[in-house]
Design a protein around this ligand. Structure first.
Ligand code: 5AD
Ligand code: SF4
Length: 570
């Protein structure tokens, strides 16, 4: 979600004439797009801001902005603690950024002029300048307490939708690779007790289906072949056309209603002619945008995932058989305290149902499932922890993100449940589950040995990129900021803990030569398994990137498959 936000903001600023530079030191405006889900991600931002304060003491005209969840969560207190920050924009107000930046440029200029102290601070010979006199331009746009909008308020124009609608999609300047994200739902209504998202991103809002389909078409026209639909609870998507509100000719996003499946009810209870359910939306995109060779979606909420959706995935060949459905714990007591709204048995019933419908390795279409687990949630006992380990054994995820519980200000858990599991215990449980999951991932990978799979080529493998980098003497110094791990096309940092977790991701165009002249490429299967294979002789890496090729898997090594590209007539 953050990566998409960064892209939309970048596009909007570029359209206004902002130029993006690859080194933050060269930028006159430095923006951090932030994540608040865990404390560590926020700590990184604080430390970057500390570095920026030192720089700004020497360059009073520098503009620093904090975007995203941390801005929303901290609010104006962030400006007090770090006056180096001039612009503060919550994730629900990103459309306001250009206006705020304009104002900040003017305010900065006058502050720098009038502020003798700042001029004094700007003495280059001072090794560690005094940053205590920095003053913020104080431009902010936050949802504050309006963020849980009522249905009536939601009917007022949703300007954030305009940011999504104005997405710069062009084969020439959009900078799109073969993959792109499309948001379908914003915000969340679930209020899991540990989670800041309902507070920082606000209430669940569903985008009009025509806007979504149109965005997918524009992306396909620009050369995108893989789209990932985004939502915090993506399978809750529903748009009721009868109550659609139009402002200034633009259909507005719609507030999600409580989404409750009754026992034994396995399809959206509101489905019908005047409703676009999640299942309908998937089918519509598949039908109307045939250029999209892979359509996936994240993140699914395990409750209320209907058979209607499973049926659409099964019957539409370009919808990937991949689900990311976090369980969070394998203990019913923990799930209750987390307010997840399902039991372990109900979660497993869903996995069984999904596998019965979609796991067909015999026709080359297995279902892969990924999960999330939190360890060390308040009061978690060894018994609860073992129950989670047993769930991992049964769920057989292809991969699972394991997080140590991090108490977040403003959440229900931090108010009501003391963080009583010691850090060392959290670390041990985290390591135990990681080791267990690594073993399971390895076993899941081995099931693919001997099969020929379709792989979307993403680029040169990280191994070869590293080799090429080591070989190159011209390694630039300083911190290089990236957007979501991709090579930076701007001085905007996307600081997200998950970036490091994405251990085997490869990026970049082709052309980097590994050892012995053979370039190793990497790509992904429809089930999101990483596959490495050598670039065949006579084929240029650049020509293969962004294409879907067939690879015969020879070996499964840790979390990746190793194979050989199968060429026509092979
Ligand atoms: N502490 C640890 N992990 C968390 N997550 C969300 N909030 C917290 C928290 N306070 C994890 C959940 C979620 C993923 C995106 O981050 O597992 O699925
Ligand atoms: Fe957070 Fe729960 Fe919503 Fe996911 S479903 S975003 S964990 S509140």
């Amino acid at each position: 979600m953050n990566e998409l936000d960064s892209e939309l903001v970048t596009g909007a600023l570029r359209a206004l004439g902002y130029r993006f530079v690859s080194e933050p030191d060269e930028a006159g405006v430095v923006l951090y797009n932030t994540c608040s889900v865990r404390e560590r991600a926020e700590q990184k931002v604080w430390s970057r801001l500390g570095e920026m304060a030192l720089r700004k003491a020497r360059e009073p005209g520098l503009i620093v902005g904090v975007l995203g969840c941390m801005a929303e969560r901290e609010g104006e207190a962030l400006l007090k603690r770090m006056p180096v920050v001039d612009v503060l924009v919550g994730p629900g107000e990103l459309d306001k950024l250009p206006g705020l930046l304009d104002n900040a440029v003017k305010t900065r200029a006058s502050l720098a002029q009038e502020d003798e102290a700042l001029r004094l601070l700007a003495t280059p010979e001072l090794e560690k300048p005094d940053v205590s006199l920095l003053r913020s331009a104080g431009e902010s746009a936050l949802q504050g307490n309006t963020h849980r909008r009522s249905g009536t308020l939601a009917a007022a124009q949703d300007t954030l939708e305009l940011l999504d609608l104005s997405r710069a999609v062009s084969a020439i300047d959009g900078g799109h690779g073969a993959s792109a994200y499309v948001r379908i739902t914003r915000g969340c209504n679930k209020f899991c007790t540990y989670c800041v998202v309902p507070f920082t991103r606000g209430a669940e809002m569903h985008r009009p289906p025509d806007h979504i389909v149109d965005e997918c078409k524009r992306l396909a026209d620009a050369g995108v072949i893989e789209i990932t639909l985004l939502g915090q609870t993506v399978n809750h998507y529903r748009f009721e056309h009868g109550s659609a509100v139009v402002v200034g000719g633009v259909t507005q996003p719609q507030k999600g209603r409580a989404y409750v499946h009754k026992a034994g009810e396995f399809a959206d209870p509101y489905r019908g002619e005047r409703v676009t359910t999640f299942a309908d939306l998937l089918a519509r995109i598949h039908e109307e945008v045939p250029g999209i060779r892979r359509l996936r979606f994240v993140t699914s909420y395990p409750r209320s995932f209907g058979d209607d959706v499973l049926g659409v995935i099964r019957d539409h060949p370009r919808i990937c058989r991949y689900l990311h459905v976090p369980a969070q714990s394998g203990s019913d007591r923990m799930l209750g305290l987390m307010n997840r709204g399902y039991t372990v048995a109900e979660y497993e019933e869903f996995l069984l149902r999904a596998r019965a419908a979609l796991h067909q390795p015999q026709i080359g279409r297995p279902l892969t499932v990924a999960g999330d687990i939190i360890v060390g949630f308040p009061t978690e006992t060894e018994e609860d922890h073992q129950a989670t380990a047993r769930l991992l054994e049964r769920a057989r995820y292809k991969n699972c993100f394991i997080f140590k519980y991090s108490p977040r200000p403003g959440t229900i858990a931090i108010e009501k449940l003391p963080d009583d599991v010691p850090e060392a215990v959290k670390r041990r449980r985290n390591n135990e589950l990681l080791a267990l999951q690594n073993r399971i991932s390895d076993e899941v990978g081995r099931e693919f040995v001997g099969q020929t799979m379709e792989v979307m080529v993403e680029g040169v493998s990280r191994r070869d990129v590293k080799r090429a980098k080591a070989a190159s003497a011209a390694v630039a110094g300083g911190v290089t900021l990236t957007i979501g791990g991709r090579a930076a096309n701007g001085a905007m940092g996307h600081v997200h803990e998950g970036d490091e977790a994405d251990a085997a991701c490869a990026s970049g165009g082709g052309g980097v030569d590994g050892a012995g002249g053979v370039v190793q490429l990497s790509g992904r299967t429809e089930g999101d398994l990483i596959v490495f294979f050598d670039q065949p002789k006579g084929a240029a890496a650049d020509d293969l990137v962004g294409r879907i090729v067939r690879v015969r898997v020879g070996e499964a090594r840790m979390l990746a498959l190793m194979g050989r590209m199968v060429e026509e007539g092979d």
